[in-house]
Design a protein around this ligand. Structure first.
Ligand code: NAD
Length: 318
């Protein structure tokens, strides 16, 4: 039996879907602040609770003996974390510590964690970011996600922590989609296309091919597959692992915009605004460790990410 915290959210629900399809028994723990029961496509058991509450967590671990906890529950908006730093600490830092310590006290052998490339902060160069890059987050979001990884290392002997770059896309039938509240570029572009409005891209004078920032996109189904492989890795007794998950392809905001226009067939006028204070100009994953340790590499390219993500948006807005 596997417990997935945050399993009713965007990435969590794709992990739950894959685990269920693979014959695993899954229980989801989520306070539904951003997730929804309708994201549990096979009617997996949902325990509504909050990771800040040790009572809520003890109840679920007292009821069932789990083999692994996959922990995704978090607040995920880096910009919001600046004005809500205390709340982000309570959920992402202290909440994660609660998950690890209560799972450990209930003899759950394996723990897997959804971490973020935000832990690296501003890359020291435009080289691919390896796991050994200094950890210098620039937002309370990044700081509190890093704290969740630190407490995992302190408390667990057998764990896998993945540091995701920018996640996009949706499962093929378009049932599980990324919230536009996340402020991620792709849902904002889908929304702009469908409402026939323009989009503001912050910064056009970065030292990149077209002046807009470079990011690294990875399909949510590739992320889900990595967790499934990570579980097998732990079961086979190979020890612990912290590794990046990304597409490994440098992509500018303008290139994402152009591809959304091409796939949707809709023109999306761009207004270039000033740079976002503190925005990183270039972020690109080194994914060699995931390839070598887990035999994982992305199956989906950028086109597939945008095609599936846009399809899900259209499907869910009619
Ligand atoms: N989306 C990305 O590009 C990305 C990149 C890097 C890391 N991550 C990490 O992946 C994880 C999932 O992100 P997502 O994009 O699916 O976001 P999401 O908001 O869709 O999912 C988070 C889930 O956690 C739940 N939750 C929030 N606070 C909770 C609490 N206090 N107690 C219990 N449940 C709570 C929400 O209801 C939601 O279902 C997060 O840990 C995030 O930091 C996401």
């Amino acid at each position: 039996m596997i417990l997935v915290t945050g399993g009713a959210g965007y990435i969590g629900s794709h992990i739950v879907k894959l685990l269920s399809e693979s014959g695993e028994q899954v229980v989801v723990f989520d306070n539904l602040i951003a997730g929804s029961p309708k994201n549990l496509l096979s009617g997996e058991e949902l325990v509504v609770g909050d990771i800040r509450s040790t009572d809520d967590l003890n109840k679920v671990f007292d009821t069932t003996q789990f083999e692994a906890v996959i922990h995704l529950a978090a607040l995920v908006n880096a910009a919001e974390s600046v004005s809500q730093a205390k709340l982000y600490k309570e959920v992402n830092d202290l909440g994660s510590r609660n998950v690890w310590s209560i799972a450990k006290s209930h003899n759950v052998p394996y723990a897997l964690y959804a971490n973020s490339a935000a832990v690296y902060g501003t890359p020291v160069s435009n080289d691919r970011v390896k796991e050994s890059h200094p950890l210098r987050p620039t937002s309370p979001y990044g700081e509190t996600k890093l704290a969740g990884e630190t407490s995992l290392q302190e408390l667990y002997d057998n764990y896998v922590a993945f540091r995701f770059f920018n996640v996009g896309g949706a499962e093929s039938e378009g049932r599980l989609l990324q919230s536009k509240d996340s402020r991620a570029i792709m849902p904002r572009l889908y929304e702009a296309a469908m409402s026939h409005q323009g989009i503001v891209i912050s910064g056009s004078d970065y030292d990149t091919v077209d002046g807009t920032v470079v990011r690294d996109f990875v399909h949510v189904e590739d992320i889900a597959r990595a967790f499934h492989i990570g579980l097998s890795y732990l079961r086979s007794g190979k020890g612990s692992l912290i590794c990046n998950l990304g597409g490994g392809v440098p992509t500018t905001m303008k290139q994402v915009h152009d591809l959304v226009e091409e796939i949707s067939g809709i023109t999306i006028p761009i207004t270039y605004g000033p740079r976002n204070p503190g925005d990183i100009s270039y972020s690109l994953a080194d994914i060699e460790l995931a390839k070598n340790s887990l035999n994982w590499s992305p199956n989906h390219d950028l086109k597939s990410i945008i095609r599936s993500g846009y399809h899900a948006y259209v499907k869910n807005s009619v």
